[in-house]
Ligand binder design. Structure first.
Ligand code: ATP
Ligand code: MG
Length: 393
């Protein structure tokens, strides 16, 4: 779940940037006052809702569409609230019988207060204007009394997070090819956001915000923390630090200076999660393995040790060359110095090359070589652990 690193505030909206002096003085330095004085996005709530071209649902319609928000139709839950499955008519967009019409996902804000409303409005502001095959489609919203809901296209395969980290018969491990397809799709979504056409910094790139359709196309969801990128030649936008632990770029956490390279860092973290099948932060792992980046760094500095980082469930599905390229890309994205990180167009190019190359599937000798190395390493680690026990967490 995401959080604010420095202040206990759920979200900061892009909508207020430079629109209201009280937000500017609280939120942004002088540089960004100038940046936000020419916002490309609409200003007032009314303008945003009008400009969005989205369907405005009544609460009753969504109540019917989700069968009274039945607990058994819950698709998931995040910081914003629960997400329910529902049905609407394809033509009229009115509530339809379960199993007929089109399937929707209805996100219902369960949080009192202004911040949830700001996230809700930010989502409408961005997803109401931006269209791309790798961004989730927002169908409409509901604003009625205290109710705030968002209506999305249903993504049958749920989030990447579930596929990578949930165990059980429902979630078979994703193959190497599907992992690369999802990484490329998500990279394309981010590249589009950073393009001069959109000029948006996403700020909450993480595996739970990457949704997957029936053909394993990745789509970005959750624009509650998105911001307009810097304008007029400025290098960054100054913000309160918001995001999710582990995924946020270190320089952004320290300075609050937000750039597209902050998103690139988060992409690198997710790519590492995709390759390793490990969460960026996992308290259930032994000490020394809880922080994925720290743990993986030890192996990623040496070419031949890359195999120790890879998810053992996809062993044999990729060549060492392909794994090395993907891991090198991840390392470059999480480079401490933002200047040295690639931009998202470069990331897309490299992932496309990786997909197009015939360099997939291991040769027999590579696999044997890997097994041998892994056994040797495990034996070495066991000996080491026996001779110098780790302190408990
Ligand atoms: N359009 C959708 N189609 C299908 N499932 C969805 C859709 N949107 C969300 N979900 C499901 O609901 C879950 C919760 O999503 P949500 O974005 O509210 O929270 P989160 O991303 O897990 O956490 P956070 O609040 O930190 O963003 C997702 O992980 C996913 O499984
Ligand atoms: Mg989310």
């Amino acid at each position: 779940m995401r959080c604010c690193f420095s202040v206990r505030i759920k979200a900061e909206s892009p909508l207020q940037s430079g629109l209201d002096s009280k937000y500017v003085s609280k939120d942004e330095d002088n540089t960004s006052c100038k940046i936000s004085s020419v916002p490309l996005t609409p200003r007032s709530e009314g303008e945003i809702l009008e400009a969005s071209n989205l369907k405005s649902f009544s609460f009753n319609e969504l109540n019917i569409a989700t069968r009274c928000f039945r607990p058994d139709s819950v698709l998931g839950e995040g910081g914003f609230g629960c997400v329910f499955k529902g049905w609407i008519d394809e033509q009229t967009l009115k509530a339809a019988k379960p199993g007929t019409g089109i399937v929707i996902a209805v996100k219902r804000l369960n949080q009192e207060g202004f911040q949830g409303h700001k996230e809700w409005l930010a989502e409408i502001n961005y997803l109401g204007q931006l269209y791309h095959p790798n961004l989730v489609n927002l169908v409409g919203y509901c604003l009625e009394d205290e109710h705030r809901l968002l209506v999305y296209e249903f993504m049958p395969r749920g989030s990447l997070e579930n596929h990578l980290f949930r165990r059980g018969s429902h979630f078979q491990p994703l193959s190497w090819n599907l992992r690369m397809k999802i990484a490329l799709g998500a990279a394309k979504g981010l590249a589009y956001l950073h393009s001069p056409k959109a000029k948006v910094i996403y700020r909450d790139f993480k595996s739970s915000n990457i949704l997957i359709d029936s053909n394993y196309n990745a789509k970005l969801s959750d624009f509650g923390l998105a911001r307009d990128g810097p304008r007029d030649g400025h290098s960054h936008v100054s913000t309160r630090v918001m995001g999710t632990y582990g995924y946020a770029a270190p320089e952004y956490v320290v300075t609050g200076h937000l750039t597209t390279k902050s998103d690139v860092y988060s992409f690198g973290v997710v790519l590492l999660e995709i390759l390793s099948g490990r969460r960026v932060l996992d308290k259930n792992r032994p000490p020394g393995e809880q922080d994925l980046i720290e743990w993986a760094k030890r192996f990623l500095v040496r070419k031949h040790r890359i195999v120790y980082v890879m998810d053992s469930r996809i062993e044999g599905q990729y060549s060492l060359g392909a794994a090395l390229k993907a891991a090198t890309l991840a390392i470059n994205c999480i480079c401490i110095e933002p200047r040295f990180r690639p931009n998202m167009d470069e990331v897309v190019k490299q992932l496309e090359q990786l997909q197009n190359s015939k360099d997939t599937g291991s040769t027999k000798s590579e696999v044997l070589h890997r097994h041998r190395k892994k056994r040797t390493e495990e034996a070495f680690n066991n000996r080491k652990a026996a001779s110098c026990p780790q302190p408990s967490a």
